[in-house]
Design a protein around this ligand. Sequence first.
Ligand code: NAI
Ligand code: 15L
Length: 269
Amino acid sequence: MARNIERILITGAAGGLGRVMRQRLKGQYRLVRLSDIQPMEAAQEGEEVVQCDLADGPAVEALCRDIDAIVHFGGYSRENDWPGILGPNIIGAINLWEGARKAGTDRVLFASSNHAIGLYRRSQRIDHLAPPRPDGRYGLSKAFGEDLACLYAYKHGVRGFSMRIGTCFPEPMNARALSSWMSYADLERLIKVGLHADYVNEIVYGVSRNTRSWWDNSNAYRLGYDPQDDAEAFADKVGHIKSGDPLEEDFQGGSFVPPEFAADPSRIP
Ligand code: NAI
Ligand code: 15L
C-alpha cells in the first residue's frame, strides 16, 4: 500500500531540471524542500530552501528529515575526473540514501542517465533489464546509484525508482536527440508516476514517446507512464545535425563515448 506523499525533497534544485520541476510541482504538495550546493531562489509558500553539499553526511541527514519522497537530481551531470565524480555522485548518493533510510523516507526517485548504458549500440533496442554498460566515470556513478536504490529498496524498505534519463532539454538539438529526447512535460509525468505508483524498486527510461527511441520503455508504461511528446516533430529542424565521429554516432552515449576510448569497438557486443 503506497504512503500518502505530502513532503518532497528535490536535490539539485539550482540546476536545469531542478528549477523546471520546482516550478511544475509548485503548490501540488504540502511541502517541497529544495536543496543544492549553489544558491537558489528564496523559498515561497509551501517551500523550504536548504543550501548544502551532498558530500556532507550530517547535513544531508538533516535534509532528509520528515520527508516522504526524494527527487534526487543533485550531482555532477557530465563526465569528470575521479575526484570530481566521487564527492557529488558517489559519496553524495550514499549520504542521500542513508539520510532517506534514517528518516523513514518512503521512496527515492533517482536521476540516472543514459550514460549508464552508453556503450550499447544505437542499433540495439534495450529495456529496463539491460545491465549497465557505462560510457565513462559519470555513467558508472549512475549505475552505482541504481545499485544503491536496489540495496536500500530490498534491504531497507526505501522504494527506488531509477530514471535512465536521455536528453531532457527544451528541444532536441541534434539527430541523436530524436531518439533520446525527453520533454519537460513528460519528465513531470514520469516523476508523478515515481511519486505515486506502488512498486519496490524499478528502472525506467526517462524518454518521451519518440518514434526513433532505442529503448523499450514498457516497464514505465506498466507503472502508468503515458508520455505525450515525440521528438519526431523536430526531425526537419535537427535531423541533419550529426557529429561525423563514427564512435559517437554508433553508440547510444554519443559524445561521451570517444574521449579516452582505446578499445577495439568491434569487440563490444
Ligand atoms: P545540472 O548540472 O544543471 O544540475 C545538477 C545540480 O546538482 C546543480 O545545480 C549542481 O549545483 C548540483 N550539485 C552538484 N554537485 C553537488 C553537491 N556536491 N552537492 C549538492 N548539489 C550539487 O543537471 P541537470 O541537467 O539539471 O540534471 C539533473 C540530474 O539529472 C543530474 O543528476 C543529471 O546527471 C541527471 N540527468 C540529466 C539529463 C539531462 O538531459 N538534463 C540526462 C540524464 C541524467
Ligand atoms: C546526461 O546525462 C547529461 O546530464 C546531460 O547534460 C546530457 O548530456 C544527456 O546526458 C545526454 O546524453 O544527452
